[in-house]
Every structure is written in C-alpha cells, then in structure tokens.
Design a binder for this molecule. Structure first.
Ligand code: ZN
Length: 260
C-alpha cells in the first residue's frame, strides 16, 4: 500500500517522490534538531525502497539515496518517519519526533558492506545541506549516525562512511584530534557530553559504555573498533566534546541568511 502523494520538501534535481504510508504526527511542539544517517542494510536499493513502502514493515525514512546518487523522498519532513526505533541522544528519547532520517543504500555488514561511491556521497551531502537550510535548529552536533543514537543495537552507516568529507562540506563536524589530557576514566563523561546513551535509559552499564565507544570509533577512529579508549580515541573524544561545548541545539541560523 502506498502513502498519499505529496510535494517534495527538497528542491533537488532528479528527486523522486515515492510515498510511504509509514509515518505519523511528530510529538506536540517537537522541534527538528537532529539529522540521522543510516544505511539500508539490504541487498539492494529497490528492495529497501519496497520494504519502506510496505505498511506491514512499519519502517520508513524521509529520504533514501541510491548508490548512483538518485534521491527519493518517502515521507514529508513535517511528519514523523519511523527510522530510528528505540534510540536516545543528549538524554532525550523519541528521536523520530525530533529528526529527519536519511537511508543511504549499502548492503551493510550483513549483506556485503562496501564503500559508499563518490557520486552517492555527493548526493548525500547536497541533500543534507538542503535539509539543514530548512531546519536551522540542527546544529553540527545534531548530525548523527543511527549507531550513535542506538549504539547497543545498530552499526549504521558504519566505519566506511566518510564523515570527514561530510564535515568538510559543512555537514556535522570532524575536528582535528585534541592535545588534551583525557584519561580512560574520562571517556564516559565525554561520551555523555557529546550525546551518547551509555545504557538503557538512565542506567549506565559497562556494555553500554563499550557500545558507545565503538559507535564513536566507527565515526571518528574507524581504524580501531575495539571499544577501548586508547590515546587516539581519547584525543578525538576531547576534540569533539570541545567543539560542541556551548553549542546546544541551535535556536536559529548561525549567521543571517544572505539577502536576495
Ligand atoms: Zn539505521
């Protein structure tokens, strides 16, 4: 069963609307301040698109980006798409009510994880920039991986996704490693400051801490997914936390829009 046809939010060339029925209203008063990136984790793009448009699947995302760069919009941005599941960021659950979700086509760790082609990365970047222009409350720290907001359950989009490239294009952040004096004992506090959940709900557990460290490493130290806070991981933790300090969810655009 298809969802109702709608006008696309993004003015991107070649964008195709493929309505999904899998969405609902956002929580009352919810401000969109997160952008969540996923991989599809299915054998191919058409299979993922089909699944997200089947009512019984109960899953969707606002957008899907194919490996050739084709962008599909499945759910209007004003609606709550069902992409993040049980998740938490900066101590807040109901990530779906506060986010836009993008599914990036890749078979994922289950079906043959492979690099994201350059043309796909460029399309993802253009789409992210377009979304950020419409949702100024999404700060650089609000651009997250599905694995970041659900580290105990999820790996996507994973260690092959080029967050450094994205940050260089103005989407999210990728600071240079800091020279700080952080020790392994500081890892939990730094992860929490950045936004990671360290267990179920408010409970912090050793497994939760390790899962959050692996999620952080997938993104900022992909050569080491040990979940151990080694010197490089600690240097990146400090740098990211520092880059975010004082930068809560944005209240408005960082700079005035250009005239014209
Ligand atoms: Zn996901």
């Amino acid at each position: 069963m298809a969802g109702a046809v709608f006008s696309p939010d993004a003015a991107l060339p070649g964008l195709t609307v493929v309505p999904s029925p899998n969405h609902g209203p956002r929580a009352a008063g919810a401000v969109v301040d997160l952008l969540v990136l996923h991989y599809t984790g299915m054998p191919d793009g058409p299979a993922a698109l089909l699944r997200m448009c089947q009512a019984e699947a109960q899953v969707s995302a606002h957008y899907m980006v194919e490996e050739d760069g084709t962008v599909f919009q499945l759910v209007p941005e004003a609606r709550r798409a069902w992409h993040a599941g049980v998740a938490c960021w900066r101590g807040r659950a109901d990530v779906n009510s506060h986010s836009i979700g993008i599914e990036i086509v890749n078979p994922g760790h289950e079906f043959g994880y492979r690099p994201f082609p350059a043309v796909q990365m460029q399309a993802v970047t253009a789409l992210c920039r377009d979304i950020l222009s419409r949702h100024p409350a999404i700060s650089p720290g609000g651009v997250v991986a599905h694995a970041d907001v659900a580290p105990a359950r999820k790996e996507d989009p994973g260690e092959l996704f080029d967050w450094r490239f994205l940050a260089a294009q103005g989407v999210g952040l990728f600071p240079s490693p800091g020279e700080g004096q952080a020790t392994p004992a500081d890892a939990a506090a730094l992860l929490r400051r950045i936004g990671y959940p360290l267990g179920d709900g408010d409970a912090e557990t050793p497994d939760g801490l390790r899962a959050a460290l692996v999620a952080f490493q997938r993104r900022y130290r992909p050569a080491d997914l040990s979940g151990q806070p080694d010197a490089q991981t600690l240097a990146m933790l400090s740098a990211v936390a520092q880059a975010l300090s004082g930068q809560g969810p944005k209240k408005g655009p960082e700079k005035a829009p250009e005239e014209g």
